[in-house]
Design a protein around this ligand. Structure first.
Ligand code: ADP
Ligand code: MG
Length: 707
């Protein structure tokens, strides 16, 4: 019985204080700084990286992006260099292929005295390229003679640490010692946490081997195997939990059964569709219909890039609700968007017996009264609105479906409020144009099902995107003039105005003035919209642009979400380097909605960081929201991506949600397969999974991941 070794699994729950070498002070530090309370926690302190000291580099092999290297050579010369802020000590270091510099900014006297000229040294550290030469600051160094005497394993782990830990003497070396002690105490006999079937199908190494090799790698190869096994395990148990949760939700929360695909839906589909649906739209409608007829409450996220045609999907879903004698509501984050939805949907159903109304903050009292009445007696089929829909006074007779557009503006609490309007929760469809990379979505929204419209309607001309420096402004102005001559409209967008950011306001106003000078009345009319304006003024200005009375809209990012002006064909983004990728993509999505060729011009200064360059290049290269989201994720890391802040799902110990995408997919596949076959994990061969899962749950090791 290899899988349940004799070792008591509870030994891993031993408080860290009991480990030899850890006194009360160290235990306290480990708890506070690294969250290490038990043996188990220490085992799960995985190295951030490994230093490969098995290789020696020659100076002429150094690359500008080589990280840490070990080099054998001699110091030929030492000098002190005066500079603005203090002195530095510089040594010339040579091997038989070239020379480089070693630099110290502190501890000159002591170092200078200890350096031996013309004796072979082994140095180790990170190299920089400076003044046409490589240098290494504060290298670790050892005389070759000493180096040969010491014993080391080739791959040295570097553990996560904090300033406090190292200042209190808990160095990497100490952590390494503690780890050794732990392996001695437990004899390294870790029982396995995956089933024999998984281990053999995926050719994974045992838990004991994996844990040992991640801390004391015998070779590169064993390290890779160890990491794979541990990453798989981590992702597998998260998926197991997410999927279980979703199954439980579906089993528990009964939903209305929309078993009729009735007259309205069929009538609309056969006689009123204004265009042929794309395959993606058809697929998504089918997915939704399956949910609605399944007796369980639908809780679905519909992702689709700007312009992919989510509205028609929303409408057809609402028709299904009405066909089954239920009411539907659609919420949008702003008044303008709600109004646009209302206009668009009313147009689509104008020949159908569907009663549809709009409720926003500015709905007149008399209209409001009528809406309330019709909602309560069931005469009103579809209510479109803003947050106003959530007010307690708004009561439905039979709310069967709630659709939320642009999800990130609505909090979870608000979603819950919609539920409360009913005994049985309505089906919920959340629509978002912010593409969340699938990998992330899979891990984050285990409790939401996901549909994706990954295809744009045919005949769209791809938006042409270019990057221009501020010095090219005159050419850009000429381009604007030409487009206006053709009858098009133009957006010029500045970074967001926030209360404290006087600079933004100044930029916007300066920009506005220079555009007003360049495009004077009466030939040109300009709208301006920014965050400091009163909502009524904003709406007025926006409206003029929507109606085509103004040719240029100068704005801050308030126009980011959803505004639809098909005649606008140029989006100019000022200080584009200051915007995030997803924001740039959202802004660009404001154009390209009509039949004309559209353009997006990214204006920047010459001073660009590497990340800004990547963002701009990405925008110029592609219009694909998902590709952009992937790049964004890589640049910013998952923590910052929309909607993930509040969910701790990404506190992974060893896996990386971006880089380990393939492992995640495999883990998800296995979790699904196993749960499908054995939902309660009661089969003999899944016993170990159930046991481990229970242990993780008991010690809150999984639940940390999910908010
Ligand atoms: P979004 O997903 O951004 O909400 P919309 O639903 O507003 O997109 O659709 C964008 C535009 O594309 C609308 O003008 C809509 O009428 C049009 N559209 C949607 N689906 C199709 C289709 N299958 N064929 C042609 N045009 C379509
Ligand atoms: Mg939309």
């Amino acid at each position: 019985m290899k899988y349940f070794s004799r070792m008591n699994p509870n030994i891993l729950q031993t408080p860290i204080d009991y480990l030899k070498g850890v006194g009360p002070n160290r235990a306290d530090l480990l708890r506070k700084e690294l969250g290490i309370h038990t043996y188990q926690d220490l085992i799960n302190l995985f190295p951030n990286r490994y230093i490969d000291k098995s290789q020696y580099y020659k100076i002429n092999q150094l690359q500008r992006n080589t990280s840490e290297v070990q080099i054998l050579g001699k110091i030929t010369h030492v000098k002190t260099v005066e500079q603005k802020r203090g002195k530095r000590l510089v040594a010339t270091f040579m091997d038989d292929t070239g020379q480089m510099e070693l630099v110290w900014f502190r501890g000159h006297k002591w170092i200078r005295e200890s350096l031996k000229i013309n004796q072979p040294y082994v140095i180790f550290g990170r190299t920089n390229w400076y003044n046409g030469m490589f240098n290494m600051a504060h290298p670790e160094m050892e005389l070759l003679a000493d180096h040969e005497k010491s014993i080391r394993s080739a791959m040295q782990p570097v553990y996560p640490s904090t300033e406090k830990l190292s200042s209190k003497g808990i160095t990497n070396r100490v952590v390494n010692k503690l780890m050794q002690q732990l392996f001695l105490d437990t004899k390294g006999q870790f029982y396995d946490t995956l089933s024999p079937t998984i281990l053999s199908e995926l050719k994974l190494i045992s838990k004991a081997e994996a844990v040992f090799n991640v801390h004391f790698p015998k070779s590169q190869e064993m390290l890779a195997k160890a990491q794979y096994r541990l990453k798989f395990e981590e992702l597998f148990y998260i998926q197991l939990q997410l999927i279980t949760k979703n199954l439980i939700r579906k089993a528990k929360i009964k939903g209305f059964n929309f078993d009729q695909v009735g007259t309205l839906f069929n009538e609309f589909y056969s006689n009123h569709l204004p265009f042929e649906l794309t395959d993606a739209q058809k697929r998504v409608i089918k997915e939704i219909r399956n949910d609605l007829g399944s007796n369980a409450q639908m809780n679905r996220l519909l992702q689709g890039d700007v312009g992919s045609g989510k509205t028609i999907v929303a409408l057809m879903t609402m028709l299904l609700a009405i066909d089954n004698d239920f009411q539907a509501c659609l919420m949008a984050p702003t008044e303008i968007l709600a109004q646009q939805h209302y206009n668009g949907l009313r147009e689509l159903v104008k020949e159908l017996p569907v009663n549809i109304k709009l409720l926003t903050g500015s709905t007149k009292t008399s209209d409001r009264k009528e809406i309330h009445e019709q909602l309560e007696n069931g005469e009103l089929h579809i209510l479109i609105g803003t947050h106003a829909v959530l007010e307690d006074k708004v009561q439905f007779k039979d709310l069967g479906l709630a659709i939320i557009d642009e999800q990130h503006r609505f909090g979870v609490a608000q979603r819950a409020k919609l539920w409360k309007k009913n005994q049985t929760p309505p089906h919920v469809l959340v629509m978002t144009a912010t593409p969340i990379p699938r990998t992330l979505a899979m891990s984050l929204y285990g409790d939401l099902d996901i549909s994706v419209i990954d295809e744009l309607p045919p005949g769209r001309k791809a938006i042409k995107t270019v990057h221009r420096y501020d010095t090219n402004r005159l050419k850009v102005f000429k381009f604007i003039r030409d487009e206006i001559k053709k009858g098009r409209q133009i957006y010029v967008v500045y970074p967001l105005i926030q209360e404290s950011e006087k600079m933004d306001y100044k930029d916007l106003m300066d920009g506005y003035e220079s555009i007003a000078r360049e495009f004077p009345l009466p030939d040109y009319q300009i709208s301006i919209v920014h965050g400091k304006m009163k909502p009524a003024d904003k709406d007025y200005e926006m409206d003029r642009f929507v109606r085509g009375e103004t040719q240029i809209m100068v704005a801050t990012t308030v126009i980011e979400v959803g505004v639809n002006v098909p005649n606008a064909s140029v989006m100019i983004i000022e200080s584009a380097e200051r915007f995030g990728l997803s924001q740039l993509h959202q802004l660009r999505g404001r154009v390209g909605r009509g039949a004309e060729q559209s353009y997006c011009i990214l204006m920047t200064s010459f001073k660009l960081s590497n990340d800004s360059k990547t963002r701009l290049e990405t925008m110029v290269r592609t219009n694909d929201g998902f590709e952009i989201a992937e790049v964004d994720l890589k640049l910013r890391g998952p923590g910052d991506i929309m909607g993930t802040q509040q969910s701790g799902v990404l506190n992974l110990k060893i896996a990386d949600i971006v880089k380990d995408n393939d492992i995640l997919k495999t883990a998800r596949y296995y979790a699904m397969k196993i749960l499908k076959d054995d939902p309660s994990l009661s089969k003999e061969e899944n016993k170990v999974l159930r046991f481990t899962y229970a242990q993780l749950a008991k010690h809150k090791n999984i639940w940390n991941y999910i908010s």
